[in-house]
Design a protein around this ligand. Sequence first.
Ligand code: PMP
Length: 411
Amino acid sequence: MTKEMSCRLRDRANRVIPGGMWGHQRAAAVPSEFPQFFDSGHGARLRDVDGNEYIDFMCAWGPMILGHQSPVVEEAAARQAARGICLNGPTEHTVELAELVVDTIDHADWALFQKNGSDAMTGCVTIARAGSGKRKILVARGAYHGAVPWCSPSLVGITSEDRAHILYFEWNDTDSLAAAVAEAGDDLAAIIVSAFRHDLNRAMEMPTPAFSQAARTACDKAGAALIVDDVRAGFRLDLGGSWNLMGIQPDLSAWSKAIANGHPLAMITGTERFRDAAQNVFITGSFWYGGAPMAAAIATLRELHRLDAPELMRAAGQRLRDGLDEQAARHGFELVQTGPPAMPLIQFLGDDASASLGEQFCNEALRRGVYMHHQHNMFLSTAHNFAEIDTALEATEGAFAEMARGRQRDA
Ligand code: PMP
């Protein structure tokens, strides 16, 4: 595995980009031996700048739900791009996409489009406050909802005023939720929940029926909005919305990542009750009306429907999960595999706080042509067919065998 170009780019980046890179793409966010710069992707495969190829279990951290360079999506985007990227207003695609979204997503009576998940989440908060006339926003402690001051996981450069009216509760803890609702009093604007608990470096947790029902009931009682942040999980679990799995509909929902198979787009969907509020708030952006990502999103959604994509990804993810469990047991390791199979997290029982065993496993898998993550949930795509899963499992077999040999050497 050559790394020459990747190292050279890291050196150049360090001189002109603070810290060498920003946000979650900073090198520290991936296992130590991972490449940072990429050249191309095709289907479930990813190629770095040194020409090394990997089966990709991160899918650009979510967006590539149909795999890299889906022909139908790229053709649709290119057709619009050839006619104009940014015009003086929206194209026909915007209306067609909103119609398709309203037909696809159970709670959606309308849709508004942005660029990033943070835009969509911030828009949901603004609409919830406008619609309810209240201020307090309840958020699960440790949940990620974006990189803007009201919700950034870092407090560097953030003031306490940025977090005024944000209250926290513990995920899946109905007592803690009830306490936060009581603290909000008659000023509750919204409760924000993720599709499931997918916080960094901890076991994934689906919402319990009691918790999801308590969140819905509290919002109904207070006239507040239940906001599902479907930015990360959207379309991978249920095309109609992730809390369909719980039998619960949100009032507002935020989407991004997978909606246009990598083209920059985000979306807020909502119910009739919040239509006026969505009409009255001022949210906009220079690039929010561009037609090519909308055309890409229409093609993506149609393809997801045609393939019954959530079931494909679930089956492939389950095959990976079963294979890894069998290999780990044979080599004397015990895995804790959590999250829906289409968005898996692999942890090692007894690992340390920084997931050293997980990191070692990912580094060994990478050397054998498989790109995984040890602390963040991974992502499958419809391009991860059984043949790709089985090829990946050949590589992870080698990774476990190498770790077992290392453990014997150290004993
Ligand atoms: N919500 C969730 C659950 C996310 O995973 C992310 C992105 N990782 C965001 C919001 C923010 O999206 P973006 O990075 O596109 O602003």
